[in-house]
Ligand binder design. Sequence first.
Ligand SMILES: [Zn+2]
Length: 381
Amino acid sequence: MSGKGELLRLVALGQAESRAELARLSGLAPSSVSLRVEELIDAGLLQEEGSGLSTGGRRPRRLRLAPEAGLLLVADLGSHHARLGLVDLSGTPLAVVEHACDIGAGAEQTLDWLAGRLEELLAASGGGLPVRGVGVGIPGPVDPAGGTVISPSRMPGWNEYPVRDHLAARFGVPILVENDANLMAAGEYLAWPGCENLMVLKAGTGIGCGIIAGGRLHRGRGAAGDISHVRVRSDQSVICSCGHSDCLEAYASGAAMMAALAEQGIEVEHPASIAALAADGVPQATNLVRGAGRLIGEVLTALVNFFNPDAVLIGGSLSAAEQLIAAVRGAVYERCLPLATRDLKIEVTRAGPNAAILGAGSLLLDVVLAGGWVEEAVGRA
Ligand SMILES: [Zn+2]
């Protein structure tokens, strides 16, 4: 990233609010920082106003993003609903809406529908400000190099679909396409200061896991954190959506539990209803979530020993089931190395329903800055 993009990033993320802080964090000479800050102000990307904390000498003026610097459009696609956000370049949500949606309708139809809803959200904000980037979370494996979906479960018509290219053609700005659990992890990371190594589990219709290693999202080549098709011990033999038998997902996902409840004559339409039934003490639901938590915990045992994170954070609609969290804790604390669990937190996520929106905003800013937009804006000014 160029000097100017990096300076804008430091201000956008709240890490610097004066020229002196920018010089310290960027390692650039104060005179170089001042020159670049002037260019960013002239280009309408930064504002400088008021006075920051006095450091004894001159009062530093406070830098912040100019509202005209622009906006980001982000969306978190789920199996049955989509959460859409309009966020500023610092990742702060300005408006968030939720719509029912059916990703089973296929890639092109779903993405065109989604683009239309994002344009509505932008128009409802009054419009006028430029959109700098669009970010979308997908509930399936995403190849980060090509922005394509690779062999997803329960997403007919999406395999190898060029999501990034499709959205780029529609919006004409840099596009981020990311696995939904990765977005949740990136957003959740912001809510756990001091924790640089996290496993963030998304337990909903499917099971996903995002990994933060050394303060950064670890994607591997796209599949990192995908624990849903790890084989688990079982008395039965259940065929998974991937075609193999006895995957974690075939027992512990919301989809699997909804099917198991239906076999017992209990119809639910959403995984959140399973958590609600368990909270009400409905024994079939309680058994299922406890069993799911135990299986998830057994899979996590190996991963916690191997990765030794600061925290395992569980989100998604099933995280409301206390029995599931308790069973995960029980399995992990029982079987992991004492050194791995001594300071380990196993908690419900903190960032709330906007976690993926926040994560998309923070990841998308880097994509946008890497696209060279700041240099173009400064060049035009
Ligand atoms: Zn499977």
